[in-house]
Design a protein around this ligand. Structure first.
Ligand SMILES: Cc1cc2nc3c(=O)[nH]c(=O)nc-3n(C[C@H](O)[C@H](O)[C@H](O)COP(=O)(O)O)c2cc1C
Length: 179
């Protein structure tokens, strides 16, 4: 198995963080991995807010809990907030497609790069797609119409390796066709 495949298989959504603080240099490396991600027309339609202030971290966790879920994110030590920016496409492409047509894919790639780098550094991550966007804008001092992609909780896993959770994925042959 390649090192990368091993890393991709090892990453999981961590829902049990320890009290150990996360080093800033490690967070910087994770964001650097996100920054290096590819994007349509190299538009890089993203901004990243790394929340490390403990009070703000706990407030951001609350924004993910509005449906009575994600209580475990209260133990996160940091959050990455992934913002969707306007994507400036090449003029010929912009004449045919909406500016944001590639953006979600771009943001997904960048977010996963962040999580994979975190995994390689021994950190746990959990993406959260449901959060109170208006409240988050207020907390981060961003406009109410700010476009968000995801927030990612970060921390050290409470256990060396969370109880081995099998990867629940559709079978290879169901989703892949070589022709
Ligand atoms: C867009 C998106 C939103 C997600 N939102 C949440 C969430 O709000 N809470 C949560 O616990 N996990 C969330 N997850 C994690 C998924 O449940 C998880 O990735 C999936 O079950 C596969 O498990 P794994 O990441 O451990 O391999 C989210 C993942 C993605 C990609």
């Amino acid at each position: 198995m390649s090192d990368f495949l091993e890393l991709a298989g090892r990453r999981y959504s961590c829902r049990n963080f320890s009290d150990k603080p996360v080093e800033r240099e490690k967070l910087e490396k994770c964001v650097e991995a996100a920054r290096l991600a590819p994007s349509g027309c190299n538009a890089q339609p993203w901004k990243f807010v790394v929340v490390v202030d403990p009070k703000l971290v706990s407030e951001v966790a609350k924004t993910t809990q509005q449906l009575g879920i994600n209580d475990y994110l209260s133990k996160a030590k940091a959050f990455l907030v992934v913002l969707e920016d306007h994507a400036k496409l090449m003029p010929r492409i912009a004449s045919l497609y909406d500016s944001q047509v590639f953006a979600k894919g771009d943001l997904g790639g960048a977010t996963l790069s962040f999580c994979l780098e975190a995994e390689s550094l021994g950190l746990g991550t959990c993406m959260a797609g449901m959060f109170d966007r208006a409240k988050l804008s207020e907390l981060l001092d961003l406009p109410l119409d700010q476009r968000y992609f995801l927030v990612v909780a970060v921390g050290y896993p409470a256990r060396e390796r969370e109880e081995a959770r099998p990867k629940l994925r559709k079978p290879f042959n169901e989703i892949v066709r070589f022709i």
